[in-house]
Design a protein around this ligand. Structure first.
Ligand SMILES: *[C@@H]1O[C@H](CO)[C@@H](O)[C@H](O)[C@H]1NC(C)=O
Ligand SMILES: *[C@@H]1O[C@H](CO)[C@@H](O)[C@H](O)[C@H]1NC(C)=O
Ligand SMILES: *[C@@H]1O[C@H](CO)[C@@H](O)[C@H](O)[C@H]1NC(C)=O
Ligand SMILES: *[C@@H]1O[C@H](CO)[C@@H](O)[C@H](O)[C@H]1NC(C)=O
Ligand SMILES: *[C@@H]1O[C@H](CO)[C@@H](O)[C@H](O)[C@H]1NC(C)=O
Ligand SMILES: *[C@@H]1O[C@H](CO)[C@@H](O)[C@H](O)[C@H]1NC(C)=O
Ligand SMILES: *[C@@H]1O[C@H](CO)[C@@H](O)[C@H](O)[C@H]1NC(C)=O
Ligand SMILES: *[C@@H]1O[C@H](CO)[C@@H](O)[C@H](O)[C@H]1NC(C)=O
Ligand SMILES: *[C@@H]1O[C@H](CO)[C@@H](O)[C@H](O)[C@H]1NC(C)=O
Length: 898
């Protein structure tokens, strides 16, 4: 929702940059023509078959029309002064230009006042020479790959009125702009890496009407000098590290219509006289730490249409003041995830123009919720009202047929909802409902009010309830997305009608399904994602799933009791195939290579009996390969070419023989950081995210989501022998390496010291000899390691990471010594004397696992935004720890709180 404004901003800019295409006939000056042709020669000439053009109809190779024998004032992208014939505007936006450019040549166009190079792939630093273009009033370099700081010489562009640098990789401070460009009316700096404080001198830009600073690293408070920018209309600070109280200086900006300060660290209360901003249309302060009450003055701003205060710590009761339906134009109101309490005020019905309302997590303190207060809001189509802490049961049928007749999206998750009361229901059809979320509502019966849907519904979320019996057969033609997971369904009704199914996503994991996977599933021919994991299905995987192969991209059948072999005929467009934890036998089907899109293949914990699948290397998108705990066997004595592989777990099989020294040398995804800027942080996309279980030392850790930058190699528990391949040192992005419980011999390759990202290293239970390479001492992320049960000797490296291991990590070797070892073993030994052996061991075991978990998590904060660590910790299912460690939960708390 708030992304909207970012888009609007660049939208504004891209429209400002559109030049008129009226060309009067006038002759171009030959000297200026030559300058332009020289400038053109700096670029590789893109032809119209360039993939950049092919993929994007907006783009257009303007320079193609630049020919010596034509009047340069007629060239595409050029505008000349009507009288003098001098070039005054140059527009090369959307022209598929790339590489570096020196703007220096343009110096010889003395009347050039407008230059746009936006939406290209130009890179490098903007040269000092930019100062030569001192007549420019309009400069647009947005949407390129420019980097580096802003050159001081930009101060020479003293006539500049509009400057757009947004969507690049610029960094550094911005004071050279604010101090020297007093005529700016538009300044776009969003989506860069600018940082530092917003300079006080920003107050010099008193003509500014649009200022975009979103998505940078600005910190500190907003300077009071903002008060003098009284022409500002649009001000966006979204997604920075700004802090302090709501800047009262902003209250002076009475022309302000768009103000976005979301995703920062603002605290304190909002000013009660916020209605000083009497022209406000859009206000977004979500995801901050504002506290106190929501000023009723917001509702006195008659221009306000969009208000987002969600995800703050506002408290008290909501009050709307004496708002009247006629003066209030609010369309979107987001107040979810605050600490509001008390009854939902009846006066909310005076916000008569509302279309979207989110008051999720409003704490009604056990009281009832009266849905009739929403009835007067005729246009309300989206209502998010989850987790209200009401003790009264919400009657779904009454809500849908009496109070929210035109609702399209309704979220009642986390409230107690009843679907059974049929008497209150008038028999009218459901007209607009398109998405219904009823997660965790204590529902015991399937809501059959949905049989009265007039149109297909988009989404039904009904997981985490207690619905028993069979999944109704009428569902499949009515809904596109169905989430039924974590209920107690035990079967599927055979579909009643023959009309084509619309179900595209079916999530039915964690239920009580038994018997064979029903063959009607094979008639759901729009299926993209099928997740039947964690049930009691048995029998073979139905061959008829092959009927779905043109659409099916995720097939998740893990944790059932499926038997037989993997079918040959089902692989077409699969992206994820997870059949782990079943009783499958036979070989991996060779026809898998037809799924060239495959990214995740997980067959762990079955009885698959095959040799190493070298042929999988032809799947050039494969990122995660898990063969753990099967009966794979034979040698892997070939170089493998897994270009995108990031997680490879072939542990607990019977692989044997030596690995060639070049074994890892073509695993490019683990050897270079992918510079590609990826929106998705986790494997999977949209509705589906991959999950997996990683093992360490016999303990499983469930990753509910897999970070895309996660990398692991686990070859443990096989019979591999010979030297550890030296090429392991090429996997510079590797984070977890487990080679334990094999028969590796000879020395540990010093190239391990090149694995600068390594966090966990286990080479225990092999026949390694020689010393521990001193290079390992400098690996600063290496927080867990195990060298025990080998024949190692010599000096243990002295790095800090070595000094924080348990003594047992070095146990049972031939002759390790050194101050680091003395330190770790002196630390643990006295304890060993005092406490009984068993509990101590358990504790140590726990610590190892936890430090490994920490390794899995610990790399996150430096690399990704701070909130990720929260997500990661939440996504470790706590029950897992409880199951394994029984009552000893205290330590987990302390580890995760770190
Ligand atoms: C920039 O380059 C990337 C990859 O080389 C390409 O996909 C994209 O279309 C290019 N964008 C522009 C604006 O030329
Ligand atoms: C003009 O460009 C040249 C070459 O990059 C540079 O040396 C010079 O300082 C520039 N002049 C100004 C005023 O920026
Ligand atoms: C251009 O910029 C340079 C570097 O900031 C500065 O030394 C020079 O005085 C400026 N020239 C003009 C004409 O402003
Ligand atoms: C710019 O701002 C600074 C700091 O606010 C001030 O000292 C300076 O006089 C201002 N310059 C102009 C030209 O307004
Ligand atoms: C801001 O507004 C207050 C009250 O309207 C006024 O006293 C003050 O001078 C204004 N500040 C500036 C810098 O315009
Ligand atoms: C609301 O929050 C403020 C600031 O955190 C606090 O002082 C006040 O007591 C809270 N009020 C209620 C009703 O919880
Ligand atoms: C929910 O409401 C009850 C009153 O019924 C109250 O005691 C409890 O603290 C509330 N829960 C939360 C999380 O505030
Ligand atoms: C399953 O649903 C119940 C509520 O019915 C909930 O308490 C539990 O946490 C859910 N389990 C999972 C794994 O989400
Ligand atoms: C799930 O199925 C098993 C046997 O199939 C049965 O014993 C159990 O009671 C069922 N659970 C529920 C909640 O229906």
């Amino acid at each position: 929702m708030s992304r909207l404004m970012l888009i609007t901003l660049s939208f504004l800019f891209s429209h400002i940059s559109n030049f008129g295409d009226t060309h009067a006939k006038q002759l171009c000056r030959p000297k200026q023509r030559d300058v332009l042709l020289e400038f053109k020669d700096e670029f590789e000439t893109p032809n119209s078959h360039d993939s950049c053009f092919v993929n994007n109809l907006n783009r257009h190779p303007r320079m193609k029309s630049w020919m010596y024998n034509k009047d340069c004032c007629d060239w595409d992208g050029i505008k000349c002064d009507l009288k003098s014939g001098e070039v005054i505007e140059l527009d090369l936006s959307f022209s598929c230009l790339h590489g570096h450019t020196s703007l220096f040549k343009l110096k010889n166009l003395p009347s050039l006042n407008s230059l746009s190079l936006s939406h290209n792939n130009l890179s490098g630093e903007v040269l000092f020479s930019i100062g030569n273009l001192s007549h420019l009033t309009f400069l647009d370099l947005s949407n390129n790959l420019f980097s580096g700081g802003i050159p001081l010489s930009i101060g020479n562009l003293s006539h500049l009125a509009s400057l757009d640098l947004s969507d690049n990789y610029f960094s550094g401070e911005i004071s050279s702009l604010t101090e020297n460009l007093p005529h700016l009316t538009t300044l776009g700096l969003s989506n860069n890496h600018f940082g530092g404080k917003i300079p006080f001198s920003v107050g010099n830009l008193s003509l500014l009407t649009i200022l975009g600073l979103s998505n940078n690293n600005f910190d500190g408070e907003i300077p009071s000098s903002f008060a003098s920018l009284n022409r500002l209309n649009t001000l966006m600070f979204r997604d920075n590290n700004l802090s302090g109280k709501f800047p009262t200086a902003l209250l002076n900006l009475t022309k302000l219509s768009i103000l976005g300060i979301s995703y920062n660290h603002f605290t304190g209360t909002l000013p009660a006289n916020i209605n000083s901003l009497s022209n406000l249309l859009y206000f977004d302060a979500s995801v901050n730490s504002f506290s106190g009450t929501l000023p009723a003055a917001f509702f006195a701003i008659s221009s306000l249409r969009y208000l987002d205060m969600s995800n703050n710590q506002l408290n008290g009761t909501l009050e709307f003041g004496n708002v009247s339906s006629s003066s209030n134009n609010l369309v979107s109101l987001f107040l979810g995830n605050n600490n509001f309490r008390g009854p939902i005020p009846v006066s909310i019905s005076k916000l008569a123009n509302l279309v979207i309302l989110n008051i999720s997590n409003y704490n009604v303190q056990g009281g009832p919720v009266d849905f009739s207060i929403f009835s007067p809001i005729k246009g309300l189509t989206q209502l998010y009202i989850s987790h209200l802490n009401t003790t009264t049961t919400i009657d779904l049928n009454a809500v849908l047929s009496l109070h929210l007749k035109s609702i399209s999206i309704l979220d009642l998750s986390g409230n107690h909802v009843s679907t059974t009361n049929k008497s209150s229901v008038a028999n009218q059809p459901l007209q607009r409902l398109s998405s219904l979320s009823l997660s965790d509502c204590g529902i015991t019966e399937f809501p059959d009010i949905l049989t009265r849907l007039e149109n297909r519904m988009t989404e039904l979320h009904i997981p985490n309830n207690k619905i028993k019996g069979q999944v109704p057969g009428w569902l499949w033609t009515l809904i596109r997305y169905v989430n039924l997971s974590n209920n107690t369904f035990n079967g599927f009704e055979t579909p009643t009608t023959k009309s084509p199914s619309s179900v595209t996503y079916l999530f039915a994991s964690d239920n009580n399904f038994t018997g064979e996977i029903p063959s009607f599933i094979c008639t759901l021919d729009s299926l993209d994602t099928l997740d039947l994991s964690n049930n009691n299905f048995n029998g073979p995987i139905p061959r008829c799933i092959g009927n779905l192969k043109s659409n099916l991209s995720r097939l998740i059948l893990r944790q059932n009791r499926l038997s037989g072999s993997l079918p040959e005929n089902i692989y077409g467009n699969l992206i994820s195939l997870d059949v782990g934890n079943n009783q499958l036998v036979g070989k991996l089907p060779r026809s898998l290579i037809h799924s060239s899109t495959l990214e995740v293949l997980n067959v762990e914990s079955n009885m698959i009996n095959d040799s190493f699948p070298f042929w999988l290397t032809s799947l050039q998108n494969l990122q995660i390969l898990v063969l753990r705990s099967n009966a794979f066997h034979g040698s892997i004595q070939q170089q493998t070419r897994f270009a995108k592989l990031r997680i490879m777990d072939i542990s607990r099989n019977n692989f044997s023989g030596t690995l060639p020294s070049v074994f890892f040398s073509s695993w490019t995804a683990m050897s270079t950081l992918d510079e590609e800027q990826d929106e998705e942080m986790y494997m999977g996309s949209g509705y589906y995210h991959d999950s997996m279980v990683l093992m360490n030392k016999g303990v499983a850790m469930e990753l509910v989501r897999i970070l895309k930058i996660y990398t692991a190699v686990d070859f443990s528990g096989n019979k591999l022998e010979g030297e550890i391949p030296n090429s392991i040192g090429l996997l510079k992005e590797l984070r977890v390496l487990n080679l334990s419980s094999n028969a590796f011999s000879r020395r540990i390759p010093p190239s391990l010291g090149d694995l600068k990202a390594l966090e966990s290293l286990d080479v225990s239970r092999n026949k390694l000899s020689g010393g521990i390479p001193q290079e390992l001492g400098s690996l600063s992320y290496l927080s867990h390691m195990n060298f025990s049960h080998n024949h190692l000797a010599g000096l243990v490296p002295g790095g800090t990471q070595f000094r924080t291991q348990g003594c047992s990590s070095f146990d049972d070797n031939d002759g390790l010594f050194g101050p680091a070892l003395d330190e770790v073993c002196r630390r643990t030994n006295p304890e060993r004397d005092e406490t009984p052996l068993e509990p101590e061991r358990e504790g140590e075991h726990e610590e190892e696992v936890l430090s490994w978990v920490a390794a899995g998590v610990g790399f996150v904060p430096g690399i990704i935004f701070g909130f990720t660590i929260g997500c990661m910790l939440i996504s470790y299912r706590p029950e897992w720890f409880v199951n394994i460690f029984g009552p000893s939960r205290r330590r987990r708390a302390s580890t995760t709180a770190r």
